[in-house]
Design a protein around this ligand. Sequence first.
Ligand code: NAP
Length: 476
Amino acid sequence: MDHTDLYIDGAFRPASDGGRFDVLNPADETVLASVASATTADADAALDAAGAAFAEWAGRTPRARSQILRRAFELMTERIDEFARLITLENGKALSDAKGEAAYAAEFFRWYAEEAVRAEGHLGHAPASGARILVHQKPAGIAVLVTPWNFPAAMGTRKIAPALAAGCPVIIKPASETPLTMLALMPLLEEAGVPKGIVNVLPSRSSGTIVARMMGDPRVRVISFTGSTEVGRKLLHTAADTILKPAMELGGNAPFIVFEDADLEAAADGLMVAKMRNGGEACTAANRIYVHKAVEERFTEIFTAKMAALKMGNGLDDGVGLGPLVNADTRDKVAGFVDDAVAKGATVRLGGERPGGTGFYYPATVLTGITPNALLVDDEIFGPVAAIQTFDDEADVIARANDTEYGLVAYLYTGDFKRGLKVSETLDYGMIGLNRGLVSDPAAPFGGTKQSGLGREGGKEGMAEFMETQYISAAW
Ligand code: NAP
C-alpha cells in the first residue's frame, strides 16, 4: 500500500507517538497494511493546518473552487478501477459494487463543482423601518467528518465535496476497518489543486478521543457524521457543549413493500439492488420485506432464483456478485439474526449456513414466515439476508412499515402510480424508492427522519450543511 500514514497539512506523516494498527483483507483475513493511528497531538496539528488554510480558501471565488472540484471529478473518473480495487481489498465488496461506489463517489465532485457557483442569497425590504435585508451564505468554519466502513470512498466524498464547495476546510476520521481509500484520495486532491491544510485525514484507533478533542475546539463549526445511531447520539451530546452544527446520517430499517398489482419481475430486480448492493451492508438496505399474500409464493420464487444465481467469493474474482462481510463481528451478527429467526419459526428458502474456512463469508439467504418477535425485524441486518413477511391490507402494511424508530428510506412496488404516490406520502421516511430499488443520487437530498438522522447530503441541501446564513440590515 502506498499511503498508510496520516495526511496533515498536505503531507503524509506518522502518528506523533508512532502508533499504528492493522487493516485486514476480509476475503482471506491477511493484513493488508499497518496504518498510523492519530493521537490528540495529531488532531491539534490538523486543526492548526485547517485553521491556517481557511481564510484563503474561503476567499477564493466560487469559480476557482468549482474548477478544482471539477478536476477532482475528472481525475477520479480516470482512476475508477484503481479505487475500486482498493475498496474491494479493504471492505470486501464485489468489484462490480466497488466500481459502482467509486463512480458514485466521483460524481459528488462533479455535482458540487456545479453547485459551488450557486450559493444563493436574497434582498428584502424591511416593512416597518424601510431598511434593506441582505441575506447571504458564508462558509461555516472547519468541518470534522466521521465516516463508516461500508462505503469507504463515497461516504467521504459526499461530505468533502460540499464542504470544499462551501469554502470550508475539513478533517476526516475514516473508519478503522477501511482507512486506505481516503488516504489514497489525497494525492489526487493535491493534483486537482486543493491547497495544503484544506483536507486532512486522521485514521485512528482512538476515534472517541480524537473526535471529542476536535469537537471541543472553537475553530470547528460543523460535525458531519455517517454511522450508527448509537455513536451519532453520543456525538450529538458532545456537539451540545460547543453548539456545533450537526449533520447526522444514521442507521436505517428500510421496509420494502410489494403490492399485489406490482410487476413482480421488476420488483424482484429492485429488491436485488435494495437488498444485495454492497452485500447488504448499506444503511439503505431493504430490511423488512412485505409481500402481498396473493403474490407471495410467485414473488419468492422469482426472487430466490435471482439470489441463488449470485456467486459468492473473493470480491476481486471474475463473476463474483457477493464478497465477504467486512469483519468477523458483522458476519457473526448476521448469522445470529438468521439462527434467531429460524428458532422463532422462519423457514430457510436459500442459504442460512455459515461456511467454514477463512474469510468473513455469509451466503445469500432468503427467509419466509418471519415472526414479529424475530430480532431482525427491529434491528439492521447489515448482511445478505432477505427476510420476507406477508400482508393483505394496505393500511396494515403502512402501519407496520412505519412502526420503527428509524426513517431513512422505504421502497414500494405497485402497478398503480397514483396509489404509489399516495402511499409514499403516508410513509414516515426521508426517502422513498417508488418502483425503484436505489435512491442514492448526488443530485438528490439523502437523509432520514426520526432516529435515522438530521440534515441532508447531496443535492442543494448538502452544501447548506456547511454554510451559515448571514443577514445584513442596511440603511439603504
Ligand atoms: P459506527 O460504529 O457508528 O462507526 C462510524 C464511524 O464513527 C467510524 O469512523 C468509527 O471509528 C467512528 N466512531 C466510533 N465510535 C466513535 C466515537 N465514540 N466518537 C467518534 N467517532 C466514533 O458505524 P459503522 O459500524 O462503521 O457503520 C455502520 C452504520 O452506519 C450502520 O448503522 C449504518 O446504517 C450506518 N450508515 C448510515 C448511512 C447513512 O447515510 N444514513 C450510510 C452508511 C452507513 P472506528 O472505525 O475507529 O470505530
